[in-house]
Design a protein around this ligand. Sequence first.
Ligand code: PLP
Length: 475
Amino acid sequence: MNHDEFRDWSRQAADWGARYREEIRQHPVRPKAGPGEIASQIPTSPPETPERMEEIFADFEAKILPGMTHWQHPRFFAYFPANAAPVSVIAEYLVSAMAAQCMLWQTSPAATELETRMVDWMRQALGLPQRFAGVIQDSASSATLAAILTMRERALSWEGNKSGLSGNRRLRVYCSDQVHTSIDRAIWIAGIGEENLVKLPGSGPLRGMEADALEAAIEADKRAGYLPCGIVASVGGTSVGGTDDVGALSDVARRHDLYLHVDAAWAGSAMICPEFRHFWAGVENADSIVFNPHKWLGAQFDCSIQFVAEPDDLVRTLAIRPEYLKTHGRDGIINYSEWSIPLGRRFRALKLWFLLRAHGLSGLRQMIRNHVAWSENLADRLRGAQGFQIVTEPMLSLFTFRHGAPSGVDEDAHNLALLEAINADGRIYLTQTRVDGKVAIRFQVGQFETAAGDIDVAYDAITGCAQALGGYGSG
Ligand code: PLP
């Protein structure tokens, strides 16, 4: 492709993107395509000779688009959002065009320095104290893995990386049963072993673990010869928004000299609104915090900020400095690859810079406040609709509900059938979870361009599909 063609096709791609966003409501949120349908249209081996861009682009529209789930659809109410505000897409285009590797300061000084500044902008926006520095990781899973490795190394006096875990005392990490599975995976990968992740039951309306039970578990483990190394607190768990009392857990962490990591991957974005910060009161005492601007805030995936109270501990855990990566004679610079697991790094700070400037914190706060209010409003309307039961109340913009099954029909099967009917209808997209062992349907509002009218459509789709399915009210 020559430079003129590059310009032309970039313009066409930009036009396509703008039209796609404009017309996105015309698509079903979840595609109608069945498994294997897209793959069957793609040749099984690569082309030997070059093909024309016209054909490639036409195939993209004809073969790929029909198989896409539209995460930027304003009626995407499934999982958590993965918002890509248009302004962040523009920043990502510029990043793609420059395609720089941002592993060291000298491989991209502007990317490194903007990253430091953006992490600090976000620190201020979230109301966190100045003692936190941070880094933009690719995902919360990576950030949590980095935190688990750091707590492991800290407990082993920085010997685990050198000598491995055999011969060392068995480590223990504590969390509630509401944490995201990225915690489990980090524990496996760190070699701590899943049996040493102690999951305490969440209780109360927010399903947080009890600080007393946590303390008792730590003391029992110490007596049994284990080496407790850290606690992972959840703020806004994926299933129903499970949230720990971070302040109470940080007291326990301090008493036992344990590392405290806070997973606020989704809910962290809401902390730009001071009125929601009570959900993580005490967070200033954490050792690290992860939140994903790529979820609710609007910075295109991937963009996950890990705040750390002691960056030296993270660097001591992850840094490796062969001669070819040394930056001689550059004192006081940051090489962010020493703060992350991969060496190569994308330039992730630019989209955050564009987003924060184009919308301002006030614009982003308004979006989040609207989502929370709309979610509460829909929960109230469903509570009043025949046969519906709110299973977990809104935690920020996430709640779960169930619909009563006709007599003789299994309630879980009925709710899974209702979910499938809603998603096949195409106007909205929802996913399920289990609450106390029973299927519940999740609803979260978080898409960047959702409007109040989309919530009305959601109400109609949910109640209409329930009616068509013939459920009765048990609730
Ligand atoms: N933590 C929570 C609470 C989540 O909801 C998720 C994903 O939804 C994650 C962690 C993992 O996020 P990532 O996809 O950035 O690894």
